[in-house]
Write a protein that binds this ligand. Structure first.
Ligand code: G3P
Ligand code: MG
Length: 348
């Protein structure tokens, strides 16, 4: 394939517009490429009727691996080279919180992956639910650590530890255990494990990398996502504290406008470094499958942005044909190949 890092000399690059892509339900489902996506990437890389190359970035709520690993996966699926410099996942903006909190609990993902991601972001003291279960196995009556998990989990004296924030980096692999541990910390005296607050309003803030209640994976129907875990935690917290407690939860990712601001800065750097463009594009076409995240966020950001963020909804993921999307896209097309064709035709 044609690599964005080595532009072909005989093709023109579009400077007035760019694309941004959601991943799950647009390019990939359940770890496999949506067939039209591979063709859409070729189309953007100059295999179109104008021989024009069009800059693009990726903006997913997913996560659970380093940006480098996620880009390696996506490069294989899309059959092109994709650089971390054109990629944002749900937890990427959490990097900016590493200075603010010293000791944090990191939840979600496979094995030790998310601890490694957090440490890579510069978080200084990262605890996992496994560390807490290793310290006191009575924490989660029905969840025993495997030998590998026990080996990887870190022993420490939790008597002196104050958890300053909780970060849910990726989907939980053990909802019951993770909810129990987050609840314990939310109800503690200022994040000190083993204590119980009298006022139930002094737990540390809990940050989720996104708020998608459902997402599009390999199954025909949508699957539960991190937003569903957040709802469960909130409802259970209310029940357990008899409604008097206060839980402090926040979400990153789409549809947060700050995520689109982050994407704008990334796109600006990418276009400058790859193509020498200094001026921002007039139009950014955002292609997504989830009205509540992709379309809502694009439209909201467009309201305040100087350039035009143009929302395109596809039918290959969460959105189902024949239903009324909760947030209206500028256009709805069948799939991502139709989306890139639509954008290019609109520009020419
Ligand atoms: O867990 C990932 C999912 O909720 C959404 O991913 O690529 O559709 O933003 P994406
Ligand atoms: Mg999606």
């Amino acid at each position: 394939g044609m690599s964005p890092a080595t532009p072909a000399l005989d093709t023109l690059v579009a400077d007035g517009f760019a694309f941004a892509f959601d991943i799950d339900g647009v390019l990939v489902r359940g770890g496999r490429a949506i067939p039209e996506a591979v063709e859409a990437m070729r189309y953007l890389n100059g295999e179109n009727e104008y021989g024009l190359r069009i800059p693009y970035i990726f903006l997913t709520n997913g996560g659970g691996k380093t940006e480098e690993e996620r880009c390696a996966d996506l490069s294989g699926q899309m059959q092109i080279d994709i650089s971390p410099a054109q990629f944002i996942c749900g937890h990427t903006p959490m990097r900016e919180m590493a200075e603010r909190f010293r000791t944090v609990l990191v939840v979600g993902g496979e094995g030790e992956k998310c601890r490694q991601v957090a440490e890579g972001y510069g978080f200084r003291d990262v605890i996992t639910p496994g560390d807490i279960i290793k310290h006191n196995s009575a924490t989660t009556p029905f969840r025993k650590l495997t030998d590998t998990e026990f080996f990887n989990s870190r022993e420490r004296d939790f008597g002196n530890v104050t958890i300053e924030a909780i970060f849910v980096f990726a989907d939980s692999r053990d909802w019951a255990g993770d909810i129990q541990i987050m609840l314990d910390i939310a109800m503690s005296k200022g994040g000190r494990l083993g204590t119980l607050s009298e006022t139930l309003d002094e737990g540390p803030p809990i940050y989720f990398s996104h708020n998608d209640v459902v997402w599009s994976a390999a199954h025909d129907n949508v699957r539960l996502g991190m937003g569903a875990l957040r709802r469960m935690l909130e409802v259970i917290f209310k029940d357990v504290t008899k409604k008097k407690g206060v839980l402090h939860t926040h979400a990153f990712g789409k549809p947060q406008v700050s995520t689109f601001e982050f994407a704008t800065r990334l796109l600006q750097r990418w276009r400058r470094q790859q193509h020498g463009f200094n001026a921002p594009p007039e139009t950014v076409y955002f292609v997504g499958d989830t009205p509540e995240s992709d379309i809502r966020g694009t439209n909201a950001y467009n309201e305040q942005s100087e350039n035009d963020w143009y929302s395109i909804l596809v039918k290959t993921g969460v959105y189902q044909e024949g239903t009324e999307p909760a947030y209206k896209p500028r256009v709805t097309v069948n799939n991502v190949l139709d989306a890139v064709r639509y954008g290019l035709q609109r520009e020419m």
